[in-house]
Ligand binder design. Structure first.
Ligand code: DGY
Length: 322
């Protein structure tokens, strides 16, 4: 019997792929740091029973309709806005993501970004390296306190709750906004629900952790930034398109908010010449929320195991459309 074909859109470690190679003919895009071109992806999809894409690979109609044999798309990421899930569902294709395994790692990065932005860590490190440190001065690179302030978390899923836990360790007052109330976060973390507009007005730190959906696209628009305190710090570790970047730029330049920490951008990789990136009060990172060796390997393994389960006729471990 011929083995089913699996296409993986980046080069992953051999030991991670080995269990899959035992049951399938596995082909990997041979580069770790270069994305597979769309025409190659479409071509590979034609033979594939399974695809293992990165969150940056668009899996839309073109790829899905090419994949006549396609049974499963196992995304390496908890977010899956790169996949046209309704189109996959119509074709009976299972879509999986990698929840849970990246929760704490992403929460760590989100909080690190918040601290780095509030305390101007990147600017301070550059200042020293550039030989600008001439004296200890009363307000040299002074930032904003984090402890005992109010954090407003927009999107209180697993990562939002893990950020709330970290904020509690800093004696912060935790507000949250979510599509539905989270009684467990209210009981266990003392998080307080606020309507979106109230959260924006009351928070010292506004942290975006909501998935990108038609409802959340450009949720952070001109009006949202205008509602925030002039001292507010905005953090986005979710998806770039949840923010109107032009509106954020203007809010930062006109002093409507104080600073922003951004791990994600509408177009990635972001152009280093992007106006937002050059602002001194912006800390910009290249989408590294889940980027630790341990977590990235766990994400790869979960995506792999989802494929193995489906190809062996078992239920997928973490489907998003079943
Ligand atoms: C995810 O898992 O969706 C992240 O954005 C990738 O690190």
């Amino acid at each position: 019997m011929t083995k089913p074909c699996v296409f993986i859109t980046r080069k992953l470690p051999e030991d991670v792929v080995a269990p899959l190679s035992a049951i399938a003919e596995v082909e990997m895009w041979p580069h770790e740091d270069v994305a597979v071109p769309n025409d190659v992806l479409v071509e590979k999809a034609k033979r594939a029973a399974a695809l293992l894409p990165m969150v940056s690979d668009p899996i839309g109609e073109q790829v899905l309709s090419a994949g006549a044999e396609l049974k499963v798309v196992a995304n390496m990421g908890v977010g899956y806005d790169n996949i046209d899930v309704p189109a996959a569902t119509r074709r009976g294709i299972v879509v999986c993501n990698t929840p849970d395994v990246l929760t704490d790692t992403t929460a760590d990065l989100t909080f690190a970004l918040l601290l780095a932005t509030a305390r101007r860590l990147v600017e301070a490190a550059e200042f020293l390296k550039e030989g600008k440190w001439k004296s200890w001065s009363p307000f040299l690179l002074a930032g904003a306190d984090v402890h005992h302030k109010t954090i407003g978390i927009v999107g209180m899923g697993n990562i939002g709750q893990a950020v709330a836990k970290r904020a509690k360790g800093f004696d912060m007052n935790v507000l949250y906004y979510n599509r539905s109330r989270r009684p467990e976060a209210e009981a266990e973390l003392g998080a307080i629900y606020r309507p979106f507009a109230d959260l924006l007005a009351e928070s010292d730190f506004v942290v975006c952790l909501t998935p990108l959906t038609p409802e959340t696209r450009r949720l952070f628009n001109r009006e949202a930034f205008r509602r925030m305190k002039r001292s507010a710090v905005f953090i986005n570790a979710a998806r770039g398109a949840v923010v109107d970047e032009q509106a954020l730029y203007e809010a930062l330049v006109h002093g409507e908010i104080a600073a922003a920490g951004l791990d994600v951008f509408e177009k990635e990789p972001v152009d280093p010449a992007h106006p937002l990136v050059s602002l001194p009060n912006v800390v910009a990172l290249p989408h590294i929320g889940s980027a630790t060796y341990e977590t990235r390997r766990a994400m790869m393994a979960l995506a792999r195991d989802n494929i193995i389960a489906v190809l062996e006729g078992r239920p997928p471990l973490t489907p998003v459309n079943r």
